[in-house]
Write a protein that binds this ligand. Structure first.
Ligand SMILES: CC(C)(COP(=O)(O)OP(=O)(O)OC[C@H]1O[C@@H](n2cnc3c(N)ncnc32)[C@H](O)[C@@H]1OP(=O)(O)O)[C@@H](O)C(=O)NCCC(=O)NCCS
Length: 170
């Protein structure tokens, strides 16, 4: 029997203090370190959702427009936007916290896809997630188009087999 889970049940928050060992030669956080934290933060959301081990299948585009400096506090927030059969889309947002006024500035955002695995390492069916807020509903609705786009780009789906993308092109 399928159980419905709320997006908020899958929410995860991770806080990091940027130390010299995390940075490049000009004192900015190295992109690879940020991606590692985003992957772990999102992965925990996927595990909360599926209650199985979940592996990263893909990561959509990430731009490094805003530098994160040594001494900054960084907050990562993630939750499952939509689950499909064995895979789940997770949004991970990154914020730089201003320690003087407590304000947060959003610096990065990415969509990860995780696949839930059984103990024998084969993909296992995941439950459905139910969006509640307006934002969660919008992310849920648009997740289908993002999924088709990433599967076409990965060579896992033919354009002719898409539903949302095909309709957009005609
Ligand atoms: C992810 C993985 C389990 C998919 O295995 P697979 O044999 O391609 O399995 P399937 O074709 O049956 O696909 C399983 C699910 O993965 C999804 N998937 C596969 N490749 C994907 C990709 N590039 N992007 C997004 N989703 C993908 C499929 O859409 C499917 O989802 P669904 O069941 O919800 O429809 C497999 O490729 C793997 O183990 N990769 C290594 C994962 C890993 O180690 N990650 C850590 C980073 S190195």
């Amino acid at each position: 029997m399928e159980t419905i889970r709320k997006c908020k049940d899958t929410a995860n928050v991770q806080t990091e203090l940027i130390m010299p060992g995390h940075t490049n030669p000009i004192g900015n956080l190295m992109g690879g370190n940020l991606l590692c934290w985003m992957d772990v933060c999102s992965g925990i959301s996927a595990i909360k959702m599926s209650r199985h081990i979940a592996v990263t299948a893909s990561l959509d585009d990430v731009s490094f427009k805003l530098p994160i400096k040594v001494g900054d506090i960084v907050i990562l927030r993630s939750f499952v936007t939509r689950s499909f059969n064995t895979s789940m889309e997770v949004i991970c947002e990154v914020f730089i916290k201003n320690i003087r006024n407590n304000e947060e500035l959003k610096s990065h955002e990415a969509y990860f896809t995780f696949v839930a695995l059984n103990d024998d390492g084969t993909p296992v069916k995941v439950e459905q997630v139910e969006p509640e807020t307006e934002r969660e509903k919008e992310l849920y609705e648009n997740a289908l188009e993002r999924r088709e786009l990433r599967l076409v780009r990965a060579g896992k789906m033919k354009m002719v087999d898409t539903v949302v993308l095909k309709n957009k092109l005609v």
